[in-house]
Design a protein around this ligand. Structure first.
Ligand code: GSH
Length: 218
């Protein structure tokens, strides 16, 4: 069976290119695995059948001939297990790769979201500007540690892996934030990740889905 992932048929422009189905799309491109997209429109995300696949009604969800699952981190690990290109076979390197996937999602992403989401989803509300210094300070501690880890390294582990896909998709949300320029090593790391042809293909594929399903202009 061809691998299938769910994705939104269309999202508003601010979110285009950032929806989390980008992670499995990128991993699948790196792994050279074919996939098809199940686009969700209207109230599809609340349908009982979809909730049985993705309990929170979010994207992405994933299935192949053997398993179906949800959560982008779990999905990319499943893809990596099918690809030498994405996950080292040496037990220590493989464990370290999994640790960095979880670190990106659990130790970095919440701090990034804390800073970025209020400005997007609560733009103009009076508390947002007061919140920013706190959110920046918390994030800065994590970015300093990450930058230190990347000193002398091109990738999070010995070579490019699924961990870099997840970390890059987390860090990408910071590119427009003032804090980002204070971390030149992270900027160079992210540039290295995003220069990969597989990322370009994944991004283009996500944007094509939105273009195909764009609402008609009135
Ligand atoms: N932890 C989930 C988060 C997925 C997520 O936040 N998906 C967003 C799009 S980027 C979504 O479906 N939002 C719609 C909603 O939450 O109803 C994962 O990594 O898969």
């Amino acid at each position: 069976m061809t691998i299938e992932i769910s994705a939104f048929a269309w999202v508003p422009p601010f979110a285009q290119g950032y929806v989390k189905d980008l992670r499995p799309r990128w991993a699948l491109e790196e792994a050279g695995l074919d996939y098809k997209v199940r686009p969700l429109a209207g109230d599809d995300q609340n349908a009982a059948g979809y909730r049985a696949w993705q309990p929170f009604g979010q994207v992405p969800a994933y299935r192949d001939g053997e398993v179906e699952l949800f959560e982008s981190g779990a999905i990319v690990l499943r893809i990596a297990a099918q690809s030498k290109a994405l996950s080292p076979r040496d037990p220590q390197d493989a464990a370290q790769t999994q640790a960095w996937v979880v670190a990106a999602l659990n130790s970095i992403e919440p701090k990034v979201d804390n800073l970025v989401f209020p400005s997007i989803f609560h733009a103009g509300e009076p508390w947002v500007e007061g919140w920013r210094p706190h959110a920046e300070a918390v994030l800065e501690t994590r970015l300093k540690s990450l930058s230190k880890w990347l000193e002398g390294r091109d990738w999070l582990t010995g070579r490019f892996s699924v961990a870099d896909i997840v970390m890059a998709t987390v860090l990408r949300s910071l590119e427009e934030e003032p804090i980002w320029a204070r971390f030149p090593r992270l900027v160079a790391y992210l540039d290295r990740c995003l220069a990969r042809p597989a990322f370009e293909r994944a991004l283009r594929a996500q944007l094509e889905t939105f273009a195909e399903n764009a609402p008609a202009r009135s």
